[in-house]
Design a protein around this ligand. Structure first.
Ligand code: GRF
Length: 201
């Protein structure tokens, strides 16, 4: 079974969706470990309740490289092959990217490259876009930037608030993240510049 490691800082609803798909066999992967920089993250509690190895690695007093070295060590100790960021609120160091080259995924709640950074759903809503969505991409050293594996579009409705739009985007996040993980684990894609070319599209 292919082993994935989840990094999160908060609620963990994307992690939960992935865990459900892994448990039901819809996603042929095992969650080897869940790691959070925030000991209080609800996602860690959720991992424990699902019987998954859950580690808090607080970052206080450590610089980015030193902190990331601890996380890399924990991921290696659990034989993780693919790192999945699921609401992980830290920028990864160059050393982290080098330790898992093209082996780190992130999900972002906008159609990148529009609205990188925090609160993307609110940014998109306030900007007045008619279509937003979510993006799963490989992680590089820049924020919300690496090659795109999968996107889903979510139309903005006249009656939407930023909250109702966020909720519909989140439902799509839960759907596409496992799909993207499946594609990456299958190895059935090639990379041409920034483009990920799969058999599916
Ligand atoms: C999601 O909106 C994700 O796109 C962003 O952080 C949020 C995490 O939510 N990167 P959750 O913790 O998975 O519920």
């Amino acid at each position: 079974m292919r082993r994935i490691g989840i990094l999160l800082s908060g609620r963990g609803s994307n992690f939960e969706a992935i865990a459900r798909n892994a448990a039901s066999g819809r996603l042929d992967a095992a969650i080897a470990v869940v790691i959070s920089n925030r000991p209080q993250a609800p996602g860690l509690e959720l991992a424990r309740s699902l019987g998954l190895p859950a580690l808090a690695i607080p970052s206080k007093g450590l610089d980015r490289e030193a902190y990331d070295a601890l996380v890399i060590e924990a991921l290696h100790a659990h034989d993780v092959e693919l790192v999945v960021l699921a609401g992980y609120m830290r920028l990864l160091s160059p050393g982290f990217i080098r330790a898992f080259p093209m082996r780190i995924l992130n999900i972002h709640p906008s159609l990148l490259p529009a609205f990188p950074g925090l609160d993307a759903q609110h940014q998109a809503f306030e900007y007045g876009v008619r279509v937003s969505g979510c993006t799963v991409h490989f992680v590089d050293e820049h924020l919300d930037h690496g090659p795109i594996v999968m996107q889903a579009a979510v139309p903005v409705r006249a009656e939407d608030t930023a909250e109702s739009l966020s909720a519909r985007i989140l439902a799509e996040e839960h759907r596409i993240y496992s799909e993207a993980i499946r594609i990456v684990l299958s190895g059935r894609y090639r990379i041409s510049g920034r483009r990920i070319v799969t058999e599916e599209y």
